[in-house]
Every structure is written in structure tokens, then in C-alpha cells.
Design a binder for this molecule. Structure first.
Ligand code: AMP
Ligand code: ZN
Ligand code: FE
Ligand code: FE
Length: 289
């Protein structure tokens, strides 16, 4: 089983990179990708753990980006970058900018929350490892810890929802620029969980073909078709898009640790032929297979 999208404590997962790899090996995964949000800081530990566990490891990053989809609408797009050079100066600088912006944005959310709840920045810091990429999950965990909501998911459906007055939007790289940067750093770009925000029941004609074609033109090389949050009608549409443009198709769990999210390791997987294409197209870092 090949699972190419997972998170550790270097971002919003609850397993350390070593625990993540050990669990993956125990549930029969043969090749795992670690793809923490906007950081490569878990790679070294994951590589060592994979070597000890006897499984393959494909280091990656889930890069936060924003894209224009017409009529002035901007959406959040997550791009999985596989095997970029983790020391590429421009990539290092842009990831740092994104992480720093995430801290400022999370602080702003906590300031808004502190008006109505007993919460402070120290409560968030208590939930994460130093240096980990901060996001709403860390705030959610603090809210749970303080007894304000029962679970991380409940925090997301109420206080931390995008429509909530406490929500602050994220600043991040433009999607086209991110894809170009990943390519320059020798990595392979795959769009994570495409179309999850698309209204259910939308017809194929409503799907943003033009948006995808622009991203493919900029160097997007694959789509994560099989992911629990991608609706069935969108999967069928994405498969056809991938066939027309000869894109890599992947499937993955987006595991964050048990209790953090329901996603379980190996619940969606990638075919070996597709992994081979990622490895063959990457020039920034060697997969540990
Ligand atoms: P942010 O990027 O800070 O806006 O937070 C979004 C992240 O929160 C996503 O990348 C997921 O990892 C996580 N997330 C989103 N929805 C949920 C949910 N319902 N329960 C737990 N985690 C979630
Ligand atoms: Zn996450
Ligand atoms: Fe994501
Ligand atoms: Fe993810």
C-alpha cells in the first residue's frame, strides 16, 4: 500500500514523524509520504524511522496557496510538493514567510476569541511543538483543552468555521507561483483534495476547467483524485481531466493521527505506476525506497 499524504507534529498531526512512520509500517504501508503543512522539518526524522521500519519514504510538503478562480473569487488550494530540494533558498524563504504569516493570523484569531473566552496565546503554544506550522487545528486543540468545545471537529464546525466572526483568512503564495517555485526546486506538484469545496450536485459544466488548465499550464503534474473529501462526481471528472492531460493520479489518507481527524492510514492509496512517475519526474531530492 502506498499512502502519499500524511501529517505529523511538525504541523497539525498528533504523531511525531517517528510514530507516524512506525504506525504506517504496522498497518502494512510499503511507501509513505510525510507532507506536513509548509515545512520540511519532519523529513530527517521520518527518513531515519522509515529506514528502521523497512518501509519506503517520499518526503514532501503540503503547500498552502491561494488561487483566483474568476469573478474576483479566491480559493484556498493545497499543493502537495513531492521531493523538492529542501535547501532551495527561494523555497526555504517562501515556506518561512507562509509559516510566519500563519502565526500572525492565528494570533489575530486568538485575540478575537479572547474577547469572549478565557484563552490566550500561551494556550495555543502549549498545544504545539516549537517550530511546528500553526493553524486552526492548534487553536481547536486549545479550545478542547480549555473545555470550551468537546472535540477538534466540533471546534471546526462552530467557533473556527470560515463563516465565524473569529475566523481570519490566511495569507499564502499564489497557486501558479507556488507551482513554478516547486518545479524550480526540483519537486513534483500534485493538487491535494481537489474540488472539496465545490457544491454537491454541481454539473460537470460548472466545474472550473479553465482554472485547472491554467494550473496545468503552469506545471501542475498531478491530482489527488482518491481522498475522502473529494466527492464522487468530482472524482469522475478529475479522472477524465487527468487522462486528457496525462496527469499523475494519486490517492491518499491525509492522516493527522487518530482522534485529530477520522482519516485512517491507507484508507486511500496510490498505484505503484503513479509513484514511479513522481519519482522519475522529481529532481530535487531522492526518494528513500
Ligand atoms: P488552516 O489551514 O489553519 O485554516 O486549517 C485548516 C486545516 O485544519 C486543514 O488543513 C486540516 O488539516 C484541518 N482541518 C480542517 N477541517 C477539520 C476538521 N473538521 N477537523 C479537524 N481538522 C480539520
Ligand atoms: Zn492538516
Ligand atoms: Fe489539505
Ligand atoms: Fe493534508
Amino acid at each position: 500500500m502506498i499512502d502519499l499524504h500524511t501529517h505529523s507534529t511538525r504541523s497539525d498531526g498528533i504523531d511525531t514523524p517517528t510514530e507516524l512512520v512506525t504506525k504506517a509500517a504496522a498497518c502494512g504501508i510499503s511507501v509513505l509520504a510525510i507532507t506536513d503543512h509548509d515545512t520540511t522539518s519532519g523529513w530527517d526524522e521520518a527518513i531515519a524511522a522509515a529506514q528502521n521500519s523497512g518501509i519506503g519514504l517520499v518526503p514532501g510538503i503540503e503547500v498552502s496557496t491561494r488561487s483566483e478562480i474568476g469573478q474576483g473569487r479566491r480559493i484556498s488550494v493545497h499543493i502537495l510538493a513531492y521531493l523538492p530540494d529542501p535547501e532551495h533558498p527561494e523555497l526555504v524563504a517562501e515556506l518561512k514567510k507562509t509559516r510566519d504569516a500563519r502565526v500572525n493570523r492565528a494570533r489575530e484569531m486568538v485575540d478575537r476569541l479572547a474577547v469572549d473566552y478565557e484563552i490566550s496565546w500561551a494556550d495555543i503554544e502549549a498545544q504545539i511543538e516549537p517550530g511546528a506550522t500553526v493553524g486552526r487545528p492548534a487553536i481547536a486543540d486549545a479550545l478542547v483543552h480549555l473545555g470550551i468545545v468537546p472535540t477538534r471537529s466540533d471546534a471546526f464546525t462552530s467557533i473556527l468555521h470560515r463563516k465565524s466572526p473569529y475566523y481570519v483568512s490566511d495569507h499564502s503564495l499564489n497557486t501558479i507561483e507556488a507551482i513554478g517555485l516547486i518545479r524550480r526546486a526540483g519537486g513534483v506538484s500534485v493538487m491535494a483534495h481537489p474540488l472539496i469545496d465545490f457544491p454537491a450536485g454541481a454539473s460537470a459544466l460548472d466545474l472550473p476547467n479553465e482554472h485547472f488548465e491554467r494550473l496545468i499550464g503552469a506545471g501542475l503534474e498531478g491530482v489527488e483524485v482518491n481522498h475522502r473529501s473529494v466527492p464522487d462526481f468530482a472524482r469522475r471528472w478529475l479522472v477524465k481531466l487527468a487522462q486528457r492531460h496525462n496527469l499523475i493520479q494519486t490517492g491518499s489518507s491525509d492522516y493527522h493521527g487518530l482522534g485529530a481527524k477520522e482519516n485512517e492510514l491507507g484508507e486511500n492509496t496510490t498505484e505503484k505506476a503513479m509513484l514511479d512517475r513522481i519519482v522519475a519526474q522529481a529532481e530535487g531530492f531522492e526518494a528513500r525506497l
